[in-house]
Design a protein around this ligand. Structure first.
Ligand code: ADP
Length: 385
């Protein structure tokens, strides 16, 4: 069914005249893999960065045409920019620091494409997503402390806050400055506790209500990945928006993720949401590195007695049932909340405490899972021209 739909989508694309007057987009091989889920079709076109604006209205026309097909409720077409063949210097466009671009394709320095729609980011060894099925489970807190845990293990780590609906990394890392721009061409990330950090929240005015469309999210995110001077990183941790909607799916599909960590609280409801997250990453062939159970139990500070207030252990048994690694549990702790909310993450400010140890252990397990995921799906090497 999905294959048949893909064929029909390609047939439509073949009949559409490209805005640059050249061959149709299928024949010239610039259409990514087409991904179809729940009646929604996602794919991207790779065009030279300077033609993004020309192609943008064309994408909208494709979306309308594809949505007329039986079996497609909605189509989302994003533009990705490819380095022009033969140029050795990475292409860069001016960052647009006041608001994310309105869906125009980002100009991007890129390594050779790893697969359809997924180009590696030069200098960044691995990108991992931290995701949750719903908000408020401690995803961002986990992302920050996991990043710090990885850094404590000696890795060069960055954190990218892609949670467009409620960017919280600036608060968690007490980032107050606006990032500056190098010659108006690239964005210099901020630094906190040894991490390079960047957030949509630093670029978008908090007061401005934003309605995010899929391609717009994608191009803002691609810009964050490719136009920020991350330098050499072993791991970039991406704090994803909560949930499993269009924005998440587009990101999971198009960001070259080496794996995903799913954060859940022990409650059943949250686990149902976590299962959806798991299913989403599996659909797009991103290895799920495992589940972290947050707010797992509570230790009374006065008596030291442990209380399993949310019915502890749900995530662990669920992980076993689903056949994904259980990465560890983090208790609900005043110290974690207070330090997080005041921009002093527990791994950074109490590195010898028990919570820092939990996060370092989780980080070590994430690394081990990344290694075995890498061994299973030997990624094509990125070759630089
Ligand atoms: P999400 O990213 O899932 O929306 P956050 O990381 O922003 O969640 O966390 C939501 C709230 O819960 C924050 O106030 C945070 O400080 C708090 N919190 C997260 N994890 C813990 C924990 N293990 N113990 C206590 N408070 C926590």
């Amino acid at each position: 069914m999905a294959d048949e739909l893909k064929t029909r989508i390609l047939e439509i694309l073949k009949t559409m005249e490209a805005p640059d007057g050249k061959q149709d987009v299928v024949s010239r091989g610039i259409v990514s893999d087409i991904f179809i889920a729940d009646g929604k079709a996602f794919f991207s076109l790779t065009v030279p960065a300077d033609q993004a604006q020309l192609f943008e209205p064309f994408c909208r026309r494709i979306e309308q045409q594809v949505a007329t097909l039986d079996g497609v409720t909605k189509a989302m077409v994003a533009l990705t920019a490819e380095k022009t063949a033969g140029s050795s210097a990475p292409r860069q466009s001016a960052p647009r620091p006041s608001a994310p671009p309105q869906g125009q394709g980002p100009a991007a320095p890129q390594g050779r494409r790893q697969g359809p729609g997924k180009a590696g980011v030069p200098g960044i060894e691995k990108i991992i997503a931290v995701a949750s099925g719903k908000g408020g489970v401690g995803k961002s807190t986990t992302a920050v402390n996991l990043a710090l845990g990885l850094s404590a293990l000696g890795l060069k780590v960055g954190i990218l806050d892609a949670d467009i609906y409620g960017p919280s990394i600036p608060k968690l890392l007490a980032l107050r400055d606006k990032p500056s721009s190098a010659g108006g061409r690239t964005i210099i990330p901020l630094e906190a506790y040894g991490l390079k950090a960047m957030s949509m929240g630093l670029l978008v005015d908090e007061e401005t209500p934003m309605i995010w469309r899929g391609p717009m999210v994608m191009s803002a995110l691609t810009q964050m990945l490719r136009e920020v001077e991350w330098g050499e990183l072993d791991i970039l941790v991406v704090d994803m928006p909560p949930g499993t909607g269009d924005a998440q799916l587009t990101m999971a599909q198009q960001v070259p993720l080496a794996g995903a960590v799913i954060v859940s609280t022990p409650q059943d409801l949250a686990l149902i949401d976590a299962r959806k997250g798991l299913a989403m990453f599996r659909k797009v062939d991103v290895p799920v590195l495992g589940i972290v159970e947050n707010m797992s139990y509570f230790v009374a500070p006065d008596t030291g007695k442990r209380y399993d207030i949310f019915g502890h252990g749900g995530a662990k048994s669920e992980a076993e049932r689903l056949g994904v690694p259980f990465l560890g549990e983090v208790p609900i702790e005043m110290a974690i909340r207070e330090s997080s909310d005041s921009g002093r993450p527990v791994v950074a400010v109490e590195p010898d405490g028990p919570h820092a140890k939990s996060y370092r252990d989780i980080a070590a397990q994430v690394l081990a899972e990344l290694d075995s995921a890498g061994a299973k799906t030997e990624a094509p090497r990125i070759v630089f021209e």
